[in-house]
Design a protein around this ligand. Structure first.
Ligand SMILES: CC[C@H](C)C(=O)C(=O)O
Ligand SMILES: [Mg+2]
Length: 559
């Protein structure tokens, strides 16, 4: 029997399980195959999203490479939902919970089918953390393949992407573009397969997971439609065999220092606030204690050095052309910001992987020197105060300033706010508050991309702040604070705010306060009653019942 065989021998070798062996023959395994290790290939492929529409084809390329390495590759599917499509609709309440459904589904299939190893091929925002959570729970040799970033759209000589479409609505309302121009931007923003092209959540998570050591070098920046992505898929089979032979497991790779590498790359690149939630959830799956305060610690020591959308100019496909994420990691390692001794899915360390990686192109303009950064510390700041007793996450690149104070304009849904922006009721100096958008209150902690895009598109990005107990898309930029805990539904102060209350956001002092007396707060709290749950059956009701707070990663599997 092949010495690699472990879990799968449970089915292939136990003569008291003739049904299992009959089924395995039925799917085409030969007697020889019965002695080979089995690799579950989990694909989040489905037709309904640019990030995912090509993944099943990549899964077939992965399977071919697995077979070439004397292993049995067996493809299965998990689900996915599109953030780009659901943002701005009630459908966005299903996005974050899809992460945990993906984790549960991969854990379920690999456990029930007794696979020896796992390769996941993932695309949109929540697919990747869901896959990594499953890998951590299973702790079997595992590699994630990122489906890859989308190419730029083009119109009128300009590079376009998904955020161009979201922000075009605000520009049209402000009269900066015509309705015809708006239509053309929408039609040309997404040219085909691939995940949203800026340093949004998908590219943030793929970069963080490569820095974490759980995908092959270049996986995060190899474009979706490229020969290098195809080559990567064919190479994964050899890599998973190495992990099986050396018995290298996710818990050997996803260590505290590896999570510091992941947080560092997120800060350097200006990545999505969602990474805070997701890395905490992934860390819990491998029993690593990671808190929101660890993000502040890494932010304090990591300069923001990437001119990447949403706050900058370039896309991941541009970064790929000047060296990709490995070149950025090599630069950060050489400057002392990364741990080089962390093990990765190549079977080698970070430093060994990067030794032969070409440096960033000499004439590139995307990554600036750490000695002259865009911002001396990270763009993610953890704020506390009477509005965030258990923490909150601010995305502040410094381009909109570091302190904001103004009167609250309070909304219980994003749709009411959107109407107010569209009808010009939001004024310069306002602090927009969108509450009851938390994991239990919404439920599902939706991303507030449409509101922030409307505000940015209407030219109010530097003069209006937005705070919420919901989340932000990676495409969000401006003066924004999300993940406010405790959420309104759980009695958080954000739920007691009224129009006109003065809100202070101070990114330097890391404070988020409502300027209200203790007596006023006590009076309002005495009058507050918890609103009815917005879901009483089905998947969202289960989510309400099980989900932890945003500061705890919104996990659903803690007893
Ligand atoms: C650009 C918006 C993208 C679809 C997203 O949802 C994110 O980055 O979180
Ligand atoms: Mg998203």
């Amino acid at each position: 029997m092949n010495k690699l065989n472990r879990y799968s021998a449970t089915l292939t070798q136990d003569t008291t399980l003739p049904g299992a062996q009959a089924m395995l023959h039925g799917i085409g395994l030969t007697e020889e195959d019965m002695n080979k290790a089995q690799v579950g290939i989990a694909s989040a492929g489905y037709e309904g999203n640019t990030c995912n529409m090509h993944l099943n084809d990549l899964a077939k390329a992965i399977k071919a490479g697995v077979k070439d390495n004397e292993l049995v590759g067996l493809i299965f599917n998990t689900i996915g939902v599109s953030d780009g499509m659901s943002n701005g609709t009630e459908g966005m309440r299903f996005s974050l919970q899809s992460r945990d459904i993906i984790a549960d589904s991969i854990e379920t299939v690999v456990s029930a089918q007794w696979y020896d190893a796992v390769i996941t091929v993932m695309g949109c925002d929540k697919n990747m953390p869901g896959a990594l959570m499953a890998m951590g729970r299973l702790n079997r040799p595992s590699i994630m393949v990122y489906g890859g970033t989308i190419d730029a759209g083009h119109h009128n000589g300009k590079d376009l992407d998904i955020i161009s479409a979201f922000e075009a609505l605000g520009q049209k309302i402000a009269g900066d573009i015509t309705p015809e121009e708006f239509k053309e931007v929408v039609k040309h923003a997404c040219p085909g397969s691939g995940a949203c092209g800026g340093m949004y959540t998908a590219n943030t998570m793929s970069s963080a997971i490569e820095a974490l050591g759980m995908s092959l070098p270049y996986s995060s920046s190899n474009p979706a439609v490229s020969k290098v992505k195809q080559d990567e898929c064919k190479a994964v089979g050899k890599a998973i065999r190495t992990l099986l032979e050396k018995n290298i497991l996710p818990k050997d790779i996803m260590t505290e220092k590896a999570f510091e590498n992941a947080m560092t790359i997120i800060m350097a690149l200006g990545g999505s606030t969602n990474a805070v939630l997701h890395l905490i959830a992934i860390a819990k799956a491998v029993d690593v204690k990671l808190t929101i305060d660890d993000f502040q610690r890494i932010s304090d020591r990591t300069p923001f050095i990437a001119d990447l959308k949403p706050s900058g100019k370039y896309l991941m496909k541009d970064l790929h052309q000047v060296g990709g994420i490995p070149a950025v990691m090599k630069y950060l390692l050489n400057e002392g910001f990364l741990h080089g001794d962390c093990l990765t899915v190549t079977g080698k360390t970070v430093a060994e992987n990067l030794a032969d990686v070409p440096e960033l192109a000499a004439d590139q303009q995307i990554i600036v020197p750490v000695t002259s950064p865009i911002k001396a510390t990270g763009h993610l700041q953890i704020l506390y105060g009477n509005l965030a007793a258990e923490g909150s996450v601010a995305k502040i690149t410094g381009k909109e300033g570091l302190k904001f104070s103004g009167p609250a304009k309070v909304f219980n849904t994003e749709f009411d706010l959107n109407d107010s922006v569209l009808s010009g009721k939001i004024q310069k100096g306002d602090v927009v508050v969108i509450r009851y958008q938390g994991p239990k209150g919404a439920p599902g902690m939706p991303e507030m991309l449409k509101p922030t895009s409307l505000i940015m598109g209407a030219g109010l990005g530097k003069s209006v702040a937005l705070i919420t107990d919901g989340r932000f898309s990676g495409g969000t930029h401006g003066f924004v604070v999300g993940h406010i805990t405790p959420e309104a539904q759980n009695g958080g102060l954000i739920g007691l705010l009224k129009d006109g209350d003065i809100i202070t956001i101070d990114a330097e002092r890391r404070v988020l306060n409502a300027e209200l007396s203790d007596e006023e707060i006590a009076s309002r709290r005495a009058a507050w009653q918890q609103p009815a749950w917005r879901a009483t059956k089905g998947t969202l009701a289960k989510y309400i019942k099980n989900v932890s707070s945003a500061s705890e990663g919104c996990v659903t599997d803690e007893l």
